[in-house]
Design a binder for this molecule. Structure first.
Ligand code: NAP
Length: 281
């Protein structure tokens, strides 16, 4: 199959590596010519250039630009496509993306491979990034079944675990398990950095160990991605932040009241409840 990747960064580059290794012919478009050259010289894609015209022979195109660049990229892309071309995106937020892109191109399938890391850009791309990770597809009643089947087949070929849901349900779910954690983790780092006594601050920096590493990881990631999560998933993220604030207030009150048995009960519930999340089992 001739597969196009628009946006050769962490996700686009990682997709290209795995799909090309399966024998597909990979075409890449990215904003900077040097990124395109690098993707070709490293064997991630067969051809790459900044011009969307390169995509005219692609059968399936993965849109892997930052969320804010998607709409514009698709507008530039459309004049070069044949009606059978399938477009799919990898954006971390689905409802606004599907609402923007599905009316522009009927052969569109919303998608979100749920894999990532703190680094961004082509240098961060790696083989096998999607293995055993969730790949969510968000079809609507207008999504052509054949396009959905093709994208699902490609996602499965990455050894991802396929999930189907509607775009709004996706955004509410990822607010809980992805977008809220980024904001909490960032707030944790900011609170620690605001320690007023320099000697204590320095000691904390030196003593930080696995607990801080685990809880600060997602708050120390790509700021552009965090802003995009908040901007495009504002409603669901605010709902989850407000619910979290209530939990935090309850926690403060419990500790102020020295209600140690209440605290133990709560921590026992969260210890047990955590196992319901697949990755924690
Ligand atoms: P990234 O590493 O920054 O890669 C995006 C790449 O797109 C950039 O390296 C840039 O390459 C290129 N680009 C930017 N604007 C462009 C444009 N207008 N036209 C063509 N190329 C353009 O970002 P990413 O982490 O891969 O994220 C990409 C998408 O994946 C986002 O929609 C995000 O929501 C989604 N996603 C991210 C993660 C994650 O954890 N990172 C996980 C799942 C999904 P050059 O400027 O070098 O050409």
């Amino acid at each position: 199959m001739r597969i196009g990747i628009v946006g050769l960064g962490l996700i686009g580059g990682s997709l290209a590596i795995d799909l090309r290794r399966q024998g597909h012919y990979l075409l890449g478009v990215s904003r900077r010519p040097e990124t395109c050259q690098q993707a070709v010289s490293q064997g991630m894609v067969d051809q790459a250039e900044p011009e969307m015209a390169l995509m005219q022979s692609a059968e399936v195109i993965f849109l892997c630009t930052p969320l804010g660049a998607l709409e514009n990229a698709v507008d530039q892309l459309l004049p070069h496509l044949s009606p059978s071309t399938i477009l799919t995106d990898v954006g971390s937020v689905k409802a606004p993306v599907v609402a923007q892109l599905a009316p522009r191109w009927p052969n569109f399938v919303g998608g979100h491979p749920m894999a990532g890391k703190a680094e961004s850009g082509l240098e961060a791309a790696e083989a096998g990034l999607f293995v055993n990770r969730a790949y969510v597809l968000t079809p609507t009643e207008t999504t052509p079944p054949a396009a959905l089947k093709t994208v699902a087949g490609l996602a499965e070929s990455l050894q991802s675990q396929l999930y189907y849901c509607d775009p709004v349900a996706h955004d509410r779910a990822v607010a809980w398990i992805s977008h809220l954690p980024v904001m909490l983790s960032a707030s944790l780092i900011a609170a620690c950095l605001a320690e007023p006594e320099p000697a204590v601050a320095e000691l904390a920096e030196n003593l930080a160990s696995s607990g801080f590493r685990d809880t600060s990881r997602v708050g120390g990631g790509n700021p552009e991605l965090g802003v995009m999560m908040a901007r495009y998933n504002q409603t669901a993220l605010l709902q989850s932040l407000l619910a979290y604030r209530k939990q935090l207030d309850d926690m403060i009150q419990t500790i102020q009241q020295q209600d140690w048995s209440g605290l133990e009960q709560k921590l026992a519930q969260t210890q047990q409840g955590r196992t319901r999340f697949k990755i924690c089992q």
